[in-house]
Design a protein. Structure first.
Length: 371
């Protein structure tokens, strides 16, 4: 593979070429023109009748100096023009990628994200082009996500606002009478809007890195027991059973208790909403340097086509059912960010109509002495 010259080398060579061209032009023109001017001067002396060199010495020196001065002037004029032309051509060639980048950024400013920097034979510019194109793709993705977020947010807000507007218009016209059930529905819709805005704010803070995380040694077993007792009271008699695959003890993890509880509440609540019968099992596994917590349900499952989108904002496998149950479609996205902020990983496995397993890990506390 042919080795490419660096930008520094190219700039050095360009100046060297300009210098050589300038000096070469000067020498060539001076060498060719000086004798002609000198001979012309001698012919003038001969016409004046000078016969001896001694008598003509002064005139010869003056003639040679005149010839050399004329040669120098012409050499400087032609050399400057030639060197300037070569220098301009080289500078335009080197600056071409910079101008292309400037034009592309102007396209970006107009909302056209299709333009990309071509490859360059200058290694530094080629690396810059690769980084620039990567940045452009990232910005294009951010812009697409922004539009998608606005569209999804509009959709999410439209439903409760439409319901509230309908009730209020009916009340204003007297078509329906106030009742406790009507007021409860209005309160439910406002709570849904409040929950949506709160989740959006929390997700934005998590993605921007502004969400506070207080990492402390944490014993997960009491937290898991309290959550199982809390959710067991909320499950109907004909609903799924909530099981804690309880170990005798668990090693300490380095985590934020409140954020970890928030993740578990989200995963367990999500499992309950999508599991009508069967069981929901919470299981822990120690795989140094992590402790894994899995929430395993026997619910409706997620299709293989939907599985890659589980942690995206506003994603729902069943929009109508999730909307009815009060899900905002942001909970799993928040859970993912909270786990990542605690230096953990979250994963999902699912089989349609058989069940889903959400599992995440938290780093184990390092014991002094490396044991």
């Amino acid at each position: 593979m042919k080795q490419k010259l660096s930008l520094g080398t190219r700039l050095f060579l360009s100046h060297l070429i300009v210098m050589i061209v300038g000096l070469g032009t000067f020498v060539i023109i001076a060498k060719l023109s000086s004798p002609q001017f000198f001979v012309l001067r001698l012919e003038q002396l001969e016409k004046r009748g000078f016969i001896t060199i001694r008598l003509a010495k002064t005139y010869l020196m003056e003639g040679f100096q005149t010839a050399w001065n004329r040669s120098t002037v012409w050499s400087l004029i032609i050399g400057s023009v030639t060197a300037g032309g070569v220098s301009y051509w080289l500078s335009q060639r080197i600056m071409k990628p910079v101008k292309q980048m400037k034009e592309i950024t102007q396209h970006f400013a107009r909302g056209d994200w299709l333009e990309r920097m071509p490859e360059s034979d200058i290694p530094e510019f080629n690396q810059l082009s690769v980084s620039f194109n990567r940045m452009a793709s990232s910005l294009e993705d951010v812009e697409a996500r922004r539009r998608e977020l606005v569209s999804d947010l509009t959709h999410e807000l439209r439903t409760p606002l439409t319901v509230m507007r309908g009730y209020l218009e009916e009340l204003a016209t007297g078509n329906i009478q106030p009742s406790m059930e009507l007021y409860a529905n209005l309160v439910g819709e406002t709570k849904r809007l409040e929950r949506l805005t709160r989740d959006l704010q929390e997700l934005s803070q998590a993605e921007a890195g502004y969400l506070s995380i207080d990492l402390q040694p944490l014993d997960l077993l009491p937290l898991l027991k309290s959550l199982v007792a809390r959710f067991s009271d909320q499950i109907l008699d004909d609903g799924p059973s909530l099981i804690l695959d309880e170990p005798k003890q668990l090693p300490l993890v380095l985590a934020d208790r409140d954020r970890t509880q928030q993740v578990l509440v989200n995963l367990i609540g999500n499992a309950i909403r999508h599991t009508e019968l069967g069981s929901i099992t919470i299981k822990t596994t120690i795989q140094p340097p992590y402790l894994w917590i899995a929430v395993i349900d026997t619910g409706i499952g997620i299709s293989t086509t939907d599985l890659p989108h589980v942690f995206e904002r506003f994603w729902r496998a069943d929009r109508s059912r999730s909307s009815y149950s009060g899900g905002s479609g942001i909970g799993l996205a928040i859970a993912k960010k909270l786990v990542e902020l605690q230096e953990g990983i979250i994963e999902v496995e699912s089989t349609l109509n058989q069940g889903t397993t959400f599992r995440f890990c938290l780093p184990l506390m390092k014991v002094e002495g490396g044991r």
